[in-house]
Design a binder for this molecule. Structure first.
Ligand code: ADP
Ligand code: MG
Length: 613
């Protein structure tokens, strides 16, 4: 019964059995691990390895509770995946378990079984070197647990995830997983070099991850961080594709997840998640893995150090690598322009995964790098009524500028040669009240003015914040914002920090704040909404975020409120000024939500569309 109680924590579902058995195989130094399951693992799980094997006289010990060969006398220095001596007896108490094993020196194999907790005698058997553990009828002895199993498909997929997760940390080991539904996972061995590890990651996560990833390699105070993170245009709707390892052990750790979120906060919307594979290596005595029987939780002795290392390394890598074009988008948009787009098999990588956002190419180390194409829907299929078209009289707004703006007309001066040479070129028109169309020598550039401006405001706010206080303007009358008391408390508590941003507010009775000043950069702004959003932001992040991140986040929230909304007509000088400002601002190739702020169509591509090439 004690073993069954332990099993309740250690063996949650078939995938947990697979995890424990694979960990044992890896601890035994195997370089081949073969997994077979039937009935989602509830009927059968068999794990065969070519590791060290278990000596015949230790077989009975291996299935005895708390017996482990992996601890000497120091629980603080754990270098193996297992150390609790709990898995085998736990599995044996809720299923029918048999272990057949042979060591390198043993001249024959031996076998032991446990059936719902009853241990059988050790018998001779025939086997090659290594160990085969077979688990049948999982949870037959604990029918209540059996009732909770999800269906064969769901259990199989959980098992697949477990194997993939662990395989990423052991690239030199060959893994195979075969289920009853013909789906087989085969991960040939690579090696334990940086390339080998990336190759294993590609086996698990798909070939397009390495193409869209940036390498991370950083060291701080004896903690080493290595791995890869996706570029901001390659994201997922959940955080399941974030793999983290501490000294080779797969972990699910809030601190690491939070650090990844923090590192990407600048470039990703809140509902998108980066794809990451991160390996932390540190002195085993500075991390506690004995937190939960499933061994997926860890506690760091210096959490701040680990968090700072992760956030710093990822941010640095993102900035250093620039923001590259996602390979998945390149040909997509051009294809979308073509008649019969759906049937057009475009060249370039096979598009296995969904592409969201766009592919883009933005500032690299050498400054502003134009993006080549994007998959952003451009509404080309169904022309809208020409409400905002070139011919509209709203366009008169452009005519005030010295530069030719909406010069679809003949006889307008050509834009200055110098402007054409700029990365984002010379602004030529504004269409649909939000898109600036510009021209370079060999391309057409379309800028999303709202997204671009939002980013510029954000960068300016951040800079101002780190330099000095943000200039503010007094409101004629203070604006009273009614709020739940806790929100008012939170805002009041952070009023000093908010004042640094140019937002002057103070407590106004129990459930309200009075706003006296707003950042001048925001211009006229919806104070009520801004204050409520800030209250939410502080409530969400106060306890976990460091001060600087919090400030940047608030800057992002403010920027969103203060940017030129789409719909504002810009004069030619204003448009050109925006383009020049973008060129001068690192990071302005994407808006705060990771979407591109501009796209560029090469003339050559356009000509190809018209069959001129
Ligand atoms: P732990 O892994 O925490 O030590 P387990 O119950 O998983 O506890 O395993 C008990 C012991 O059985 C291990 O310490 C190890 O000595 C032995 N063992 C289990 N599986 C294998 C294997 N595949 N190869 C070699 N030894 C094994
Ligand atoms: Mg174990």
């Amino acid at each position: 019964m004690i073993n069954q109680i332990a099993a309740g924590e250690v063996i949650e579902r078939p995938a947990s059995v697979v995890k424990e058995l694979v960990e044992n195989a890896l601890d035994a130094g195997a370089h081949k691990v073969e997994i077979v399951t039937a009935g989602g693992g509830l009927n059968l799980i068999r794990v065969t390895d070519n590791g060290s094997g278990i000596p015949e006289k230790e077989l009975a010990l291996a299935v005895a509770r708390h017996c482990t060969s992996k601890l000497s006398d120091d629980i603080h220095d754990i270098r193996s995946l297992g150390f609790r001596g709990e898995a085998l007896p736990s599995i044996g108490s809720v299923a029918r378990l048999s272990i057949r094993s042979r060591t390198a020196s043993g001249d024959s194999a031996a076998e032991i079984g446990i059936d719902g907790g009853r241990v059988s005698a050790v018998k001779p058997a025939a086997a090659n070197r290594g160990t085969t553990v077979e688990v049948r009828d999982l949870f037959f002895a604990t029918p209540a647990r059996l009732k909770f199993m999800k269906g064969e498909r769901a259990e199989s997929s959980a098992t697949g995830d477990v194997v993939k997760r662990i395989a990423i940390a052991f690239p030199a080991v060959r893994f195979t997983l075969a289920g009853s539904d013909r789906s087989t996972l085969e991960l040939p061995a690579t090696d334990d070099t940086a390339e080998g590890r990336l190759a294993r990651v590609a086996q698990v996560m798909g070939k397009d991850f390495p193409d869209n990833a940036i390498a991370i390699d950083a060291m701080r105070d004896g903690v080493h961080l290595a791995g890869h993170v996706s570029i901001p245009s390659y994201t997922r709707a959940n955080a399941l594709q974030q793999y983290a390892y501490v000294n080779g052990r797969p972990v699910r750790d809030k601190l690491i997840a939070g650090a990844i979120r923090g590192a990407f906060a600048d470039v990703l919307p809140r509902d998108r998640h980066a794809v990451t594979v991160l390996f932390l290596s540190l002195d085993p005595s500075t991390v506690d893995v004995n937190v939960h029987p499933a061994k997926a939780d860890v506690r760091f002795r210096d959490p701040g150090l680990v968090r700072g290392l992760i956030v710093g390394a990822i941010r640095e890598a993102l900035a250093g690598a620039g923001i590259r074009a996602a390979t998945t988008g390149a040909a997509g948009m051009m294809a979308a322009f073509r008649p019969g787009a759906a049937s057009y098999a475009h060249p370039g990588p096979a598009n296995g995964h969904r592409s969201y956002g766009a592919s883009y190419h933005a500032p690299g180390s050498n400054g502003f790098d134009p993006l080549r194409s994007a998959q952003r829907p451009l509404d080309v299929g169904e022309p809208r009524p020409p409400r905002n078209g070139f011919a509209e009289n709203e366009q008169a707004a452009f005519d005030t500028g010295p530069l030719a703006s909406a010069d679809a007309r003949a006889g307008m001066a050509e834009p200055a040669e110098t402007l054409l040479g700029m990365v984002l070129g010379a602004a030529r028109a504004q269409v649909h009240e939000n898109y600036i169309v510009a021209q370079t020598r060999d391309s057409l550039v379309i800028v999303d003015q709202h997204a671009a401006h939002e980013r510029l405001v954000y960068e300016a706010l951040k800079n101002a914040l780190h330099a000095r206080a943000v200039p503010s303007q007094m409101l004629l009358l203070p604006e009273i914002v009614d709020l739940p008391e806790e929100d008012a408390d939170r805002l009041a508590m952070h009023s000093e920090m908010l004042a640094k941003f140019g937002l002057g507010l103070e407590r106004f009775g129990p459930g309200a704040v009075a706003v006296r000043e707003t950042p001048s950069m925001l211009g006229e702004t919806n104070v009520q909404q801004l204050v409520r959003d800030l209250a939410d932001e502080i409530a969400d992040n106060d306890t976990v975020e460091t001060l600087k991140e919090r400030l940047d986040k608030i800057a992002a929230t403010m920027a969103c409120h203060g940017s030129v909304r789409s719909g504002r007509l810009l004069k030619a000088e204003e448009m050109n000024a925006l383009l020049r400002q973008m060129e001068a601002t690192p990071g302005s190739g994407t808006c705060n939500h990771g979407r591109p702020t501009y796209i560029e169509l090469k003339l050559a591509d356009i000509e190809r569309l018209f069959g001129r090439r």
